[in-house]
Design a binder for this molecule. Structure first.
Ligand code: ZN
Ligand code: ZN
Length: 374
């Protein structure tokens, strides 16, 4: 399992935040051509990762609704109200088609696939969002997740043919999966080849469909898995579970499962890196004389010592009461800004004492009692 930092989709595509859909499309096409794994046989893995990342960024930024959500929240996916329900996945149209589109685009631009290779495509990734508590962030935890995905049909081994054997050789391409057309042009004889439309490039035609999956080669399966939430994860952080996604096409590998973690807020506390930030209101007397005040911490109530003579906006720290780092090591601090609040109303006794105080400190104050006192 790998934790991925929040990705900047704009940076991945190399476009500005106000780029138009056309700009995004163009950047995507250029990048996808540059990083196609087939063009990088020497570092295929890196190219594949890059390719996937580019595709993911495009999928979000090319869709106005997803883009708006990403701009606002920094991630895409619907947060779940309660953890424990069935995981939410993107709808079917989203799940199938993404990679298809890329390949179609390549065919459209004249890129060729090797002969006799059926269209084996990697399965789509699945994105799930779960809610976790600050406690999970502090100590890490294990969460059970339920979701549905397509798995390769065991009865036909994903072929869609009964028992995995009910095939005949495609009569149109004679089993090669490709169709070749020779054309005489100004430059000489040019051979172009396309995927066979009759068998979809597999070279085989199913004679009897698998009764278990109805010929689709995959079945819907409800999965229940446990994921380990490591300490220190940030809101919007993601866990990647390799092969946790949908089954591929024609024996292609499984996609990945991404679990997006939404951390439940503690009202009044913000996080920045390893530190937690909040504010506390105290009155003049507490600031002048010092006090012990109770504040909301990451693990419930904490006692904050206000030293005598504390000034407004003083920053105090509860050492080691912040968040752990995702890379291990000690916890950050809980940083508290002290607000000294001046009372708007005073009782008669309070006012008298305060006047006595003003007299002793020779500070000239209004003599008249204002209406808003008392
Ligand atoms: Zn089957
Ligand atoms: Zn064929």
């Amino acid at each position: 399992m790998i934790i991925l930092a929040k990705k900047d989709y704009y940076e991945i595509l190399g476009v500005s935040k106000d780029a138009s859909t056309d700009d995004i499309k163009k950047a995507y096409k250029d990048l996808v051509k540059k990083w196609h794994p087939d063009l990088h046989p020497e570092n295929k893995e890196e190219a594949e990762a890059k390719f996937k990342e580019i595709h993911e960024a495009y999928e979000v930024l090319s869709d106005p609704q997803k883009r708006a959500q990403y701009d606002r929240f920094g991630y895409v996916g619907q947060p779940q109200e309660n953890f424990g329900g069935t995981g939410q996945t993107f709808n079917q149209e989203d799940l199938f088609g993404g990679f298809e589109d890329i390949f179609n685009m390549f065919f459209g631009q004249g890129m060729r696939r090797e002969e006799n290779v059926s269209r084996s495509l990697r399965g789509e990734d699945i994105y799930l969002t779960i809610q976790i508590d600050v406690k999970d962030v502090l100590y890490g935890s294990e969460k059970e997740i339920e979701y549905t995905r397509y798995e390769t049909c065991q009865a036909c081994h994903g072929t869609g043919a009964k028992d995995g054997t009910a095939f005949k050789t495609c009569p149109k391409c004679h089993g090669t999966g490709v169709l070749r057309v020779q054309q005489r042009t100004f430059f000489g004889v040019v051979t172009t080849q396309t995927t066979c439309d009759m068998c979809g490039g597999s070279g085989k035609i199913i004679t009897e469909k698998c009764p278990v999956c109805g010929g689709r080669g995959k079945v819907i399966v409800k999965k229940k898995i446990k994921v380990r939430v490591p300490p220190g994860v940030e809101d919007g952080g993601r866990l990647r579970i390799p092969n946790g996604g949908h089954a591929g096409e024609n024996g292609g590998p499984y996609g990945d499962l991404f679990v997006i973690l939404r951390v439940k807020d503690i009202p009044g506390i913000k996080r920045e890196g390893r530190d937690a930030y909040s504010e506390v209101d105290i009155d003049f007397a507490q600031a002048a004389l010092g006090s012990e005040v109770e504040i909301e911490g990451l693990e419930g109530k904490e006692v904050l010592s206000i030293p005598p003579g504390t000034q407004p906006n003083t920053i105090l720290k509860l050492k080691g009461k912040g968040f752990p780092s995702p890379n291990g090591g000690s916890r950050g601090d809980h940083v508290v800004k002290v607000n000294v609040v001046i009372p708007k109303r005073l009782s008669k006794d309070q006012e008298e004492l305060l006047r006595k105080y003003a007299e002793l400190s020779h500070s000239g104050v209004n003599n008249k009692r204002h209406g808003f006192f008392r």
